[in-house]
Every structure is written in C-alpha cells, then in structure tokens.
Design a binder for this molecule. Structure first.
Ligand SMILES: [Zn+2]
Length: 264
C-alpha cells in the first residue's frame, strides 16, 4: 500500500490505546494498523502549510515568509503571556486573535518525562496532552482567555519545569506522580488575577499510547539528511513514530514535508 501527502500533525482519538491518524488530501491512514509492519518513508518535496508553495520549511510547517506574516505563527502562540486580544490590541490579525485568545484556556500539569506546566485551549484537551506524550495530566485553572493562562504559566514555571525531555518521554523512563498533590502545592503561586479560576475537583487523566516496544537509545530521523528510511513500526507516542531499530520520527517536526509512505 502506498500513501502520499504533506505531513501535518497526526489527528488523535483518545482510547485504550489512543488512535492515531495521518490525514492526507486523498488518503486517510489509521497509523495504529501499521504496528509490526515494515514502513518506508520517502521525502519528496516541501509544501508550505499556508501558501502551498514548494518552499523550504522554516518552522511549524510554514515557509519563512508565511512564518513571519500569518497570525497562526505569532509570538503569543508560543508565549501565551504576550496575548493582547483581551485589550483589543492587534498583533497580526485582531479578528483571528480574538477568536483564538478569547476562548476558555486551561493551565495544566502533564507528566511526560517529569512534571511540567503548560497552556492550551480547553477544546484541545486531551489532544494537547496526547501530542506531548504525557501518560498523566491534570488541569490547574480554567480561565476565560489566553493571557490569564499565560501569566499563570509564567508564575508556576518558577516552581515546576515547562519542558519535556523527548528522549526520556520516548524511552518511557517515567514515574507516576500524584498530580493532585502537585496542584495543591502549586496553588499558592497562581497570580491574583487567576486565583478565582482554580480547579480543585478535577482528577488525573491517564493516557495509554500504542507502543509494543520502547526504544533504548532513540535516534531522530532527519529527512533532509536521510530522505529515504525503512523500518518496522513498534509504537506511536506523542507525535513520534517509533521503529524497531531505535529510529524515531517526529511527525510534528516535519510538518510541510511531502512524503510517500509505503507499507509492506
Ligand atoms: Zn508559505
């Protein structure tokens, strides 16, 4: 079987285990069904996710020009505390910014390699946790806009990490944490503006990834250096495909790359 299209992050469906889908223009592929099969990935060309042109991908699936122009790639996306739509201040496109930033947001604790704090739109739960490879997560506050979530995250970063170690996450070198206890401990550091939005009744969400065998020494596949790769798929975690020979392929890190995928 042969599939071809531009890579975008896999769509997911929570379950036991989580289901992953690659969605191409003409093909729809349930990646779980490729487990234990030989899968070949062939890099064909670039295709910017915004303009569609065959231009080198700069970041997040966008070419250089689009990355510095479109509202989806502005600073507040990565740094929520820089959000200004709640003040009616435009960054790149106020209508877009209001639509996204003025939605309910959640600050959460997720345990993927260690406990970290993060921000997402409420509608992105549990998708965001799956994308990060968290085996457990919990909400801390639910606030009416991205700015409040951002300043809460910044305040909590002084007391808990905000990074995932992808190697540790993929090796599954993890331990279970009591996230309710973490949340209780961190409550005192929530800024005044967000304190009333503290969630004390939610319980931990546990996530189950479809992995048959975790890699011992994950090596990341880089399509620029290795435009053709073939291996037996052994698992899917976060947005990574995990192969039998310790190769791991970050789908999200390769958005905007057109590939053909052959399954034997
Ligand atoms: Zn572009």
């Amino acid at each position: 079987m042969n599939y071809e299209g531009v890579l975008k992050k896999m769509q997911t469906e929570n379950g036991s285990p989580i289901q992953y889908y690659l969605v191409f223009e003409n093909d729809f592929l349930n990646v779980n069904q490729l487990l234990d099969k030989k899968v070949a990935i062939n890099f064909l060309r670039y295709q910017c996710l915004n303009c569609g042109l065959q231009k080198k991908i700069y970041r997040q699936g966008f070419c250089y020009d689009c990355f510095f122009k479109i509202p989806q790639a502005a600073d507040w996306v990565i740094s929520p505390e820089k959000s200004k739509a709640h003040l009616d201040i435009e960054e790149r496109d106020l209508e877009f910014e209001k639509r996204v930033q003025l939605e309910p947001h959640v600050v959460y604790l997720a345990n993927s390699s260690s406990v970290k704090v993060g921000v997402t739109r409420k509608s992105q739960i549990p998708t965001r946790w799956i994308d990060q490879g968290a085996h457990e997560a919990i909400e801390i506050v639910e606030v009416p806009n991205r700015y409040l979530a951002g300043i809460t995250e910044v305040a909590l970063k002084d007391h808990v990490s905000d990074k995932t170690n992808w190697r540790t996450m993929l090796k599954n070198d993890i331990k279970d944490e009591n996230l309710v206890e973490w949340r209780t401990k961190l409550r005192q550091y929530i800024p005044k503006e967000a304190a009333e939005y503290y969630l004390e009744n939610n319980s931990e969400t546990n996530l189950q990834f479809p992995v048959l065998k975790y890699p011992e020494k994950p090596k990341s596949l880089n399509l620029e250096k290795t435009p053709f790769y073939e291996g037996v798929l052994k698992g899917i975690k976060a947005q990574y495909l995990i192969f039998e020979d310790n190769t791991v392929f970050n789908i999200r890190g390769n958005e905007g790359y057109v590939v053909s995928i052959t399954v034997n």
